[in-house]
Design a protein. Structure first.
Lengths: 237, 576
C-alpha cells in the first residue's frame, strides 16, 4: 500500500511563499507519520525539514497539523488516518524556519513568563518536603505536559493576539498554583489575572482538542479563574 | 568572538545540572544543544532514580554501602569503586535537591518520596514519578535554568538550542572553546570558553534495534575522541530486556518492579529455568534477563518474529493506571495492546552505552579544560552492566561534580593566553572547509544506505551474544563503511535547516564510535556484564579486570588498558 504525503514547503532562503509538495510513501503495518517523513527525507528529498527526537510521544518535538488535526507525527500511525492523501502543515501562527519547523520563541517566551519553577516560602528541610498522595494527585495532569505547543498553535486567541499568554503557559501556571509546596500563589495569580491572562480566554476549547496527551488547559484556566475570584472575595471581606 | 567561562554541550539532565553549578559560581555559562533542552533523551527515562532513602517499609535497612555494593556487583566488578561510593553517597542529597526544586515525585502514604523495587537492587530503592521520572526531572531542571536566565543581568546564562557542536579547539593541549553549527542558518561559529563540559548522552542509535531517541548518534562522544580523548569501555552496550516488539520503544523495568511477569509461548515464567536468574526472576539485572530471553527464544520458547510476553494483567487496572500510565499509553499507541487486558509483546533492544568519554571521578578528561558527565562519560560507575535507576542518578550527581570542577578550574586558572583566538579561528576555518567540501561533494554514497548497513551490522553481530567470527566480519564491514563515508554526497545543498547535512555529519561520528565499540569487543576475550563472548563464556579477572581505552586514529581505534579501582568489595561470582 502507498499513500501520498502533501507537505507544506517553505524555505525563506529561496521561496517567496509557501507551496505544497506531494510525495508517495510506501506504507507498512504500524508505520508512523514520522517514519514516513524520514522515508521522504532519506530517500526522496533530502531538503525537507521537520523536528524529531524521542519518536515515542514524550519529547514534544513533532507537533504539527495533520489533515487539519493537531497531532504528534511520531505516535500517529498512517493506517489509522484511513486516507490515501495526508496533508502535513507546520503549527500555524508561528513563523516558519523551514517546512514543518517553526520558530517557537513566542511560545517559550510565554512559558517562561509564568515562572515555571517552584518558589517555596520556607527554607528547604534536610530531607524531602512532605506531600500527601492527595496533594500529589492535584498536580497529576498539569505536570504531564510535554511542551509540544500544539495547544498554543491551535488557540484562536493566541493566533490573533500576540500578548495573550495562551493555554500552555496558563496550564503551567496552574501546575505550580496546584502544588502544595509552592508558596507564591499570590504572585502567580497576579501574573495571570491581567488582561493578557486567564480572562482573555474565550473558551473555544481548541487547546483541549489539540492536546496529544489528553490534557485540558481550558480546565486549568477555569480553575485559575475560580482561584482568582475566591481571592477577590476574600480580600473584600 | 563570543566568550564564555563554561560551555556545556548537551541539554539533558547532566548538561543542565552542570550549567547550574557553573552559574551558581557567578560564571558566564552557555549551553549548546542540537535540540531544545526539553527534547533531550533524558525525557524518555521512565522507571526511576536510585538512592538509599529507606522510605519503603522494606527498605528500612538500606544504606549507601548496600547501594554501592549492588551497583558494583551489577557492574560485574568493572566499575571504579571510589566513583560508585561517591555517587551513592551523594544520591540522597541530589534527590532531595530535585524535590526542593519542585520535582513531582510520587509519594508514599506518609508523604515521603515513594520507592519501588528495581533490577539487581537488594531493597526497593528507586524513587519515581509514576513512569515519567525522566520527564519530571528534566522539566524541573529546565525550570531551574529558566530561573537562572531570569536572574541573569548580563547574559550570565545563555541557552543556544539547535546548535550542533562539530569540534573542540585545542591550544597546546588545552581546550579553549568549540566550533558549532547553527542548524537554522547553516553557519559555523567559533566560541571561546575557559572550560567545556560534554554531556551529550549515549550512542545506541548506532544499532538498528534501539530504544534511544533518534538524536543519540554518538556524535558527542566522537568530537572529544577526534581531539585525542580516549573512549573508555565502549564494548559494553546495555540491551534492555523489555522493548516493544518491532519499534523497540522502551517499557520500563518498573513494570517488572511493580510485579510484571515475563512469559514464554507456553505461558511459563521461564526465567526460573536459568541458574543466574532463578531467584531474582524478573528483577535480575538487565544483562542476565536479556540473555535469558534470547536463550529462551533460540530454544523455541518465543513467538514468531522473535519476542516473548510481558504480562501485567494480574497487577490490576488500578495500579497500572496509577503507576504505569505512560506505559499503558505507549503500548496502546505503538503496539495496539492494552496491558490491562492483554500481555505485551517485548524483545531486548540496545539501550545504554556504559562506556564513554574517559573521565576521572572529578569529571575531568585527560585534556585540560575538558569535562564530561552523564551517559556520554565513563567515570566508570556502571562498569560492564548498569543497574536500572542508576543512569538518572549519574546525570545529576556527576553533572554537578563536572560543573563544580569546571567552575573551580576557571576561577583558578587566570586569563587565557593570547593565542586562543588564532587557534579557534584555525579550527573554524578547518571545519568550514570540511562543510563546504561536503556540500559541494558529488560523491555517490548516500547517508541512509551507510547508516542502515551500520545499524544492521551492529544489531546482528555486536549484540547480546558475540563471537570472534561475527565481530571480525562486523569490523570489516564497518571499516568498509568508514571508507565509503569519504565518498558521501548530499542531495540537498542549501544551508538553512539542512537536516540531511546534519545527519550526514553525525553519521561520521557514529561510524568512528562503532569502530571503537567493535575493536574493544573483539579484543576483550572474556564475558563480563553486557559483553558476552560465546567463544569465551567465562569472566577472566586475571587477564581482563581492566578498563579498555580506545584512542582515535584514522585507521581505527588503538587500544590501551587501565586498572580498575577496587577498594571495599572484592570480585565474586554474580548470582541473583
Amino acid at each position: 500500500m502507498a499513500v501520498f504525503f502533501k507537505i507544506l514547503r517553505f524555505d525563506p532562503e529561496s521561496d517567496k511563499r509557501p507551496r505544497f509538495q506531494k510525495y508517495e510513501v510506501p506504507v507498512r503495518k504500524g508505520m508512523t507519520l514520522l517514519e514516513g517523513l524520514f522515508y521522504i527525507q532519506e530517500r526522496v528529498d533530502g531538503s525537507i525539514a521537520f523536528r524529531a527526537s524521542c519518536r515515542a510521544g514524550v519529547c514534544g518535538s513533532c507537533g504539527m497539523l495533520i489533515n487539519d488535526s493537531f497531532r504528534l507525527a511520531c505516535e500517529t500511525q498512517i493506517e489509522t488516518l484511513k486516507r490515501t492523501e495526508i496533508t502535513l502543515r507546520p503549527q500555524p501562527h508561528l513563523p516558519i524556519i523551514k517546512d514543518l519547523v517553526v520558530d517557537l520563541r513566542p511560545f517559550w517566551g510565554k512559558f517562561k513568563s509564568v515562572k515555571p519553577y517552584l518558589l517555596a516560602r520556607d527554607q528547604p528541610p534536610a530531607k524531602e518536603r512532605p506531600q500527601s498522595q492527595a496533594e500529589r494527585v492535584r498536580i497529576n495532569n498539569v505536570s504531564d505536559c510535554i511542551l509540544c505547543a500544539n495547544c498554543y498553535a491551535a488557540c484562536p486567541i493566541s493566533g490573533t493576539d500576540d500578548e495573550y499568554l495562551g493555554p500552555q503557559a496558563l496550564l503551567q501556571a496552574n501546575r505550580f498554583l496546584a502544588d502544595s509546596r509552592d508558596g507564591e500563589g499570590d504572585m502567580r495569580m497576579d501574573i495571570v489575572e491581567g488582561e493578557n491572562g486567564v480572562f482573555r480566554c474565550h473558551t473555544a476549547f481548541a487547546c483541549q482538542k489539540a492536546c496529544p496527551k489528553d490534557l485540558d488547559p481550558s480546565e486549568s484556566i477555569a480553575d485559575i479563574k475560580r482561584k482568582i475570584t475566591l481571592r477577590y472575595l476574600k480580600r473584600r471581606r | 568572538m563570543r566568550n564564555f567561562n563554561i560551555i556545556v554541550v548537551g541539554g539533558g539532565l547532566a548538561g543542565m545540572r552542570a550549567l547550574i553549578e557553573g552559574n551558581r559560581r557567578n560564571l558566564k555559562v552557555a549551553l549548546f544543544s542540537k535540540v531544545h533542552p526539553v527534547r533531550s533523551h533524558s525525557i524518555a527515562a521512565q522507571g526511576g532514580i536510585n538512592a538509599a532513602l529507606g522510605n519503603h517499609p522494606r527498605g528500612f535497612n538500606d544504606s549507601v554501602e548496600k547501594h554501592a555494593y549492588d551497583t558494583i556487583k551489577g557492574s560485574d566488578y568493572l566499575a571504579d569503586q571510589d566513583a560508585v561510593i561517591k555517587m551513592c553517597t551523594e544520591a540522597p542529597g541530589r534527590i532531595y535537591e530535585m524535590e526542593h526544586w519542585g520535582c513531582p515525585f510520587s509519594r508514599a502514604e506518609d508523604g515521603k518520596i515513594a520507592q519501588r523495587p528495581f533490577g539487581g537492587a537488594g531493597f526497593p530503592r528507586t524513587c519515581y514519578a509514576a513512569d515519567r521520572t525522566g520527564h519530571m526531572l528534566l522539566h524541573t531542571l529546565y525550570g531551574q535554568v529558566v530561573k537562572f536566565e531570569h536572574w541573569a543581568e548580563r547574559g550570565e546564562t545563555v541557552v543556544m538550542d539547535e546548535w550542533l557542536v562539530t569540534a573542540i579547539a585545542m591550544d597546546e593541549g588545552t581546550c579553549v572553546g568549540i566550533v558549532a553549527l547553527d542548524l537554522a542558518s547553516g553557519r559555523l561559529e567559533a566560541f571561546h570558553s575557559d572550560a567545556v563540559v560534554f554531556a551529550t548522552g549515549g550512542a545506541c542509535r548506532i544499532y538498528g534495534n534501539s530504544t534511544n531517541a533518534v538524536i543519540n548518534t554518538g556524535m558527542g562522544m566522537a568530537v572529544p575522541y577526534w581531539a585525542g580523548v580516549p573512549l573508555k569501555d565502549m564494548e559494553f552496550i546495555q540491551f534492555h530486556p523489555t522493548t516493544l516488539y518491532g519499534t523497540n520503544i522502551l517499557v520500563t523495568e518498573g513494570a517488572r518492579g511493580e510485579g510484571g511477569f515475563l512469559l514464554n509461548n507456553k505461558g511459563e515464567r521461564f526465567l526460573a529455568n536459568y541458574p543466574d536468574s532463578k531467584k531474582a526472576m524478573e528483577v535480575a539485572p538487565r544483562d542476565i534477563v536479556s540473555r535469558n530471553i534470547i536463550r529462551e527464544i533460540e530454544k523455541g520458547g518465543g513467538f514468531p518474529g522473535g519476542y516473548i510476553l510481558l504480562d501485567l494483567r494480574h497487577i490490576g487496572a488500578r495500579k497500572i493506571m496509577e503507576r504505569l500510565p505512560g506505559i499503558r499509553e505507549l503500548c496502546m499507541n505503538f503496539a495496539g495492546v492494552d496491558p490491562v487486558e492483554k500481555p505485551v509483546p517485548v524483545q531486548p533492544g540496545a539501550h545504554y552505552t556504559m562506556g564513554g568519554i574517559d573521565t576521572n571521578p572529578l569529571g575531568e578528561c585527560k585534556i585540560k579544560g575538558l569535562y564530561s558527565a552523564g551517559e556520554s562519560a565513563c567515570v566508570s560507575v556502571h562498569g560492564a552492566n548498569r543497574l536500572g535507576g542508576n543512569s538518572l542518578l549519574e546525570t545529576i550527581v556527576y553533572g554537578k561534580i563536572a560543573g563544580e570542577s569546571a567552575g573551580e578550574y576557571v576561577v583558578g586558572k587566570g586569563s587565557a593566553g593570547p593565542s586562543y583566538e588564532k587557534v579557534l579561528n584555525n579550527t573554524l576555518k578547518r571545519e568550514g572547509e570540511k562543510l563546504d567540501r561536503l556540500l559541494k561533494s558529488n560523491g555517490k554514497e548516500r547517508m541512509v544506505i551507510l547508516k542502515e548497513e551500520m545499524n544492521k551490522t551492529m544489531a546482528e553481530k555486536v549484540g547480546i551474544f558475540r563471537d570472534a567470527e561475527g565481530l571480525k566480519d562486523a569490523l570489516a564491514r564497518i571499516t568498509d563503511l568508514r571508507d565509503r563515508y569519504k565518498k558521501i554526497g548530499l542531495t540537498s545543498h542549501g544551508r538553512s535547516m539542512n537536516q540531511e547535512m546534519m545527519w550526514t555529519i553525525e553519521l561520521g561520528g557514529s561510524l568512528d564510535v562503532a569502530d571503537a565499540i567493535l575493536r574493544g569487543a573483539l579484543a576483550r576475550k572474556e564475558s563480563r556484564g553486557s559483553h558476552f563472548r560465546k567463544d569465551f563464556p567465562k569472566r577472566d579477572d586475571g587477564k581482563w579486570l581492566k578498563h579498555s581505552l580506545a584512542y582515535y586514529s584514522e585507521k581505527g581505534a588503538v587500544l590501551e588498558y587501565a586498572p580498575v579501582t577496587i577498594s571495599k568489595f572484592q570480585p565474586k561470582e554474580r548470582e541473583y
